[in-house]
Design a protein around this ligand. Sequence first.
Ligand code: 13P
Length: 250
Amino acid sequence: MRYFIGNWKMFGIPSSHKILYKINAFFKRDKNNKKKYKIIIAPPFTLLHDFSKRFKSSKISISSQNCYHKDFYGAHTGNISPFMIKKLGINYTLIGHSENRASGENNKLIGEKISLALKNKLSVILCIGENKIEKRNKKTFSVLKKQLSQSITSKKYLKKIIIAYEPLWSIGSGRVPSKNELEKIIVNIKKYLNKKFRLKRKNIRILYGGSVDKQSVLNFKAINELDGFLIGGASKSSKNFIDIIKNFYK
Ligand code: 13P
C-alpha cells in the first residue's frame, strides 16, 4: 500500500472542498486504486470538521497538520488536542513538520505529541529531515537517527507511525535528492528502525516529501522501499495532485 498525502499548510477556505471532490472522483474511476494506494489530505484546522463530514464515506482520509501535546481540554489558548481532533471523526495527524520545528518544537515535545495522539487513536505521520548545512556536513543520517530515537519510544508506537522523510533543503525549493541518494536514506532508516525495534522492514512505512510534483515523482518510481509521498504545494490543485498519482503508476 502506498500513500499520497497532501499537506495544505496555511491554505484553504470552505469552498476548497471542490479540490477534494475532484480528487475523489479521479480515485473512484482509477483502476490502479484497488488496494494499491491511499489518499490522505491535511487541510488547516478550520476545515477539519467540514471535510471530515463530507468525505466520511469516501476513500479519502482527512488528517490534521499538528496537535497539542497534553490534556483533553485545558487553558491552552489557540491549541487543539488530539482528543478534539479524534472527536471530529479524524484518524490521522501530522507531527513534527519542519515548519513547526522551526518555530520551536523539539524532539521531546514531538515525542509527547506522538504518544498523546496515539493514545487518542490517531495514526501519526511523523516528519523528519536534515537541513542544508547538516547535509553538506554529511550529518544527514545522524540527524535522522536523533529525531527518530528521541521521539519514538516503543515498538507499539512505531506500528501506528508513518514516517515522512522531508529534507528541509528540498521543501518548496524545486530541488530533490537523486534516486540513489533517496533510496539509500530510506533503506537506512528502515534498517535502523528494524534493528532498534525489531519490527519487520515491511511493516515500517517511509514516505518522501519535498518538491514532489508530476515531474520529480518519475525519479522515485523505481524505489521499491518507498511507501509514498507527502506533497505540499502540488496538493493544493486537484490536477497537480492527480498528475502525480497518474505519473507514478504510468
Ligand atoms: P512542497 O511539496 O511544497 O515542497 O512541501 C513539502 C512539505 O513540506 C509537505 O509537508
